[in-house]
Design a protein around this ligand. Structure first.
Ligand code: FES
Length: 378
């Protein structure tokens, strides 16, 4: 008992001090003392330049260089941008399904899925479709960002993780369903599934052959990838998208990204299939369920706007003030966060904590109103 106590006490000494010398001639080993001293002097200078440091600034914002810009769809409406640290050091790690927040020079923030190789720790790649009638973010990326420019980013963050069969998923087969620019989060998933030798297949649909990005890159996977276009093949059925379902107990996981109507149809189609996991990411706002009309008042001006039953508070506010910030429009990034000073909020996000809600914060891209009107502090 006594010996155990002594050993415990010995382990409790400060581990940053040098150990005793092996031969007992010195209370502290002289060589270890020298090396410790050198380490203490050297580390403050080495830390900031070490290739293993996390280059993210304290506020999570990284400034990167644009080192490549490529047109990746025949119709030239999709470009891929590749970023690297100014000193080409290692970037924070990411996994398939992750995205970056781009802080654009105009002040807009937009999220884009990472579509490069997660094994490449020195670059990030995103792809952006030009949306002429969108909020202006894609136009700014297409027309304003060039090789050699700097760009600020936040992230990577992952709201659409790939769960590998045998590592958290009971399924042993993977089915990837991508539509148009929805290919971006799927591309690194396919690469990982293929690299790990998993049982996978993919269907990739789009309006026309000219409109689908990364067709050449996907050609390396041969007949594991089925490309179909609406102008030649018509709209796909849900059975086509899901593909042959396993007739044994292998289980199937479907990973999909595309327009909301396709995702909603897939969800309905698979409602009764408890043997099939469905993982999806939207690239546009979700449909508004059980919406009713109400009024929103801007506190600073007193102006009141009607929020229709099928539109978001964010949409109504941006009619009045197009500068109201937003990004995901799905209630998970927090960019659109505003405070209310009157009215009952119907919170529909999964981001805000109860204390934040109690303070009046809400996300106007998804949350609505339980009373007749809301007053927001802008
Ligand atoms: S825009 Fe992302 S939470 Fe509202």
């Amino acid at each position: 008992m006594t010996i155990m106590t002594n050993n415990s006490a010995r382990h409790a000494i400060d581990l940053s001090t040098e150990p005793p010398q092996l031969y007992g001639r010195f209370r502290r080993d002289p060589l270890m003392r020298l090396l410790t001293g050198i380490g203490k002097v050297w580390f403050p200078f080495w830390g900031p330049v070490s290739p293993l440091r996390d280059p993210a600034a304290d506020d999570g914002v990284l400034t990167l260089d644009i080192i490549d810009r490529a047109v990746v769809a025949v119709d030239e409406n999709v470009i891929a941008l590749t970023f690297a640290a100014p000193d080409r050091s290692i970037l924070p790690e990411w996994h398939p399904g992750a995205h970056l927040d781009l802080l654009l020079p105009s002040g807009r923030m937009r999220e884009y899925s990472l579509c490069g190789d997660p094994g490449d720790r020195h670059t990030y790649r995103i792809a952006v479709r030009r949306i002429p009638d969108g909020g202006g973010g894609s136009i700014e990326v297409h027309d304003g960002l060039r090789i050699g420019d700097s760009i600020q980013i936040k992230g990577p963050r992952n709201a659409f993780p790939l769960v590998l069969p045998g590592f958290g998923s009971a399924s042993r087969k993977l089915r990837f369903v991508a539509a148009g620019i929805g290919i971006t989060p799927i591309l690194p998933m396919v690469a990982m599934a293929d690299r790990y030798g998993l049982d996978w297949s993919m269907i990739y649909s789009g309006r026309s052959a000219d409109s689908i990005p990364f067709a050449e890159e996907l050609a390396q996977y041969g007949d594991k990838v089925t490309v179909r276009t609406d102008d030649v093949d018509g709209l796909p059925t849900m059975a086509e998208l899901v593909g042959p379902t396993p007739d044994d107990d292998a289980g199937l996981s479907v990973y999909t990204c595309g327009p909301v109507p396709m995702l909603e149809s897939l969800r309905t189609f698979l409602t009764d299939r408890s043997d099939i996991e469905l993982h999806f990411e939207r690239f546009s706002p979700p449909p508004i369920l059980d919406g009713t009309e109400f009024q929103v008042t801007i506190a600073s001006t007193g102006r009141t706007e009607t929020v229709a039953a099928d539109e978001s508070v964010l949409t109504a506010l941006r009619r009045v003030d197009p500068a109201v910030p937003y990004s995901c429009q799905q209630g998970f990034c927090g960019t659109c966060r505003l405070k209310t000073s009157a009215g009952d909020v119907d919170h529909r996000d999964t981001l805000l904590t109860q204390p934040e809600r109690d303070e009046g914060w809400f996300l106007p891209c998804v949350s609505r109103c339980d009373s007749e009107s809301l007053t927001v502090e802008i």
